[in-house]
Design a protein around this ligand. Structure first.
Ligand code: ATP
Ligand code: MG
Length: 394
């Protein structure tokens, strides 16, 4: 039998009556992703997602990598399926894990039996197979306390599975089970991580980027498109809306007091993101804000920024240190792109002395100097839309 993947479900197993909905979504997401790598059979049984290649043309390594970014999975392993007899299991161990065993100094066998009708219990299976391995690989010591290599055997309903150590899955909940959110995506380090964290909770992401040409360059825009594309490794297909923001920024510069530039600009971003998001069925806004990081991210400033919209705003990074955010950005593969040195519209017309404790009434008075509704409407009209996905369909 061929190699296949066994992916253990994460938090889904804690769900009650609606568990089926979560499993169906996960299956659908996995099928869509596996389709990029060939003909795979994908099904869920006994709290595991099974992924079986159906022919030799399947790209197993590509598919395995793509499984690692699938939300809803706690741990995963590549394995070999075999008949549920000790002979077949031992044969699969020697064929599939022979090299690992030959190179190990010590080993132990760990077994799980979810098919309770199998005549041996898990301890007996481990003893029996462990004994045969010890005979066949005499130079490898049995060490049940601190083995170098662990042979895993799982006796499940329709087959037995043999594998080495499992690796952690992407965690979280299946994409599409938690509604949809509009992410304000800049070119920085933070917002891609914020999007990843919300997506991890099963939320579909729609990204919105504000772009101030010629103050920000085409390359800054390309960078954001690439960031969005990289995010889709985890969060699946994504729409990116790029909103022309130049007119608004110039209007603020020409009519408002300098210390309010940033906060008023951010309130425009919120209004526009809410309108576009609502159009796409989003029920919340997500930003990469982080308490105390910059003047616009004090508690007072964030309250004034948020006061302009009705939708809840989520800030998944709110309590994280920069170092933790950077570590996460590296892990999800966005860091290198984020640090490319192209400017963001936030750094255009930045005030020398931004208000760290803005007062809502005063900000509103400044904004009254602008035709807010017309500016918002024109910006929304001036939006470029694109669809992104990392794993291309064949
Ligand atoms: P980031 O690293 O995500 O850019 P930051 O620490 O640089 O965050 P700001 O530039 O003040 O902080 O932006 C705060 C948040 O506002 C960002 O995380 C993002 O959600 C949103 N934002 C900022 N600039 C833009 C933009 N040009 N387009 C869309 N959203 C933006
Ligand atoms: Mg920024």
């Amino acid at each position: 039998m061929k190699e296949m993947f066994l992916l253990k479900l994460g938090e889904i197993v804690l769900k009650g009556a609606n568990r089926r909905t979560f499993e169906d979504k996960l299956k659908q997401n996995a099928r869509r992703r596996m389709a990029c790598f060939g003909n795979f059979k994908v099904y869920i049984m006994q709290s595991a997602l099974y992924i079986e290649p159906q022919d030799d043309a399947c790209d197993l390594d590509g598919a395995w990598e793509a499984c690692g970014t699938l939300f809803g999975i706690a741990s995963m392993c590549r394995c070999r399926a075999c008949d549920k007899t000790l002979d077949a299991i031992f044969h699969a161990v020697t064929e599939y894990l022979g090299d690992e065993l030959t190179n190990a100094k010590s080993f132990k066998v760990e077994s799980k039996r979810s098919d309770k009708s199998f005549p041996l219990n898990s301890i007996q299976i481990s003893q029996e197979i462990g004994g045969r391995i010890a005979e066949a690989y005499p130079h490898v010591a049995v060490d049940v306390h601190d083995p170098e290599y662990i042979v895993n055997i799982e006796v499940r309903d329709f087959a037995a599975y043999v594998h080495g150590p499992a690796v952690p899955g992407a965690g979280g909940l299946p994409t599409g089970t938690g509604g949809r959110a509009a992410l304000l995506l800049s070119g920085g380090i933070d917002s891609p991580v914020a999007g990843y964290m919300i997506a991890k909770r099963g939320v579909e992401i729609e990204a919105i980027h504000f772009f101030s040409y010629p103050y920000t360059s085409e390359r800054a825009k390309e960078k954001v498109i690439e960031l969005a594309r990289l995010m889709t490794r985890y969060c699946g297909r994504m729409t990116l809306d790029i909103v022309g923001f130049t007119e608004i920024q110039e209007a603020i510069r020409d009519h408002c007091r300098e210390e309010y530039f940033t906060i008023i600009m951010r309130r425009f971003m919120m209004r526009i993101a809410e309108a576009i998001g609502r159009d796409h069925g989003a029920k919340s806004l997500v930003t990469g804000e982080n308490l105390g990081q910059v003047a616009s991210q004090t508690m007072d400033a964030m309250a004034v920024t948020g006061a302009v919209v009705q939708m809840p705003i989520f800030h998944p990074l709110i309590g994280m240190d920069k170092e933790e955010i950077v570590t996460r950005a590296r892990k999800i593969g966005t860091m290198e792109t984020s640090i490319l040195p192209y400017e963001d519209c936030c750094t255009v017309f930045t005030p020398k002395h931004p208000k760290t404790k803005p007062v809502l009434a005063l900000v509103e008075a400044e904004e009254a100097k602008l035709d807010v509704n017309a500016l918002v409407a024109r910006a929304i009209e001036n939006t470029e839309k694109m669809q992104l996905r990392y794993y291309e369909q064949p």
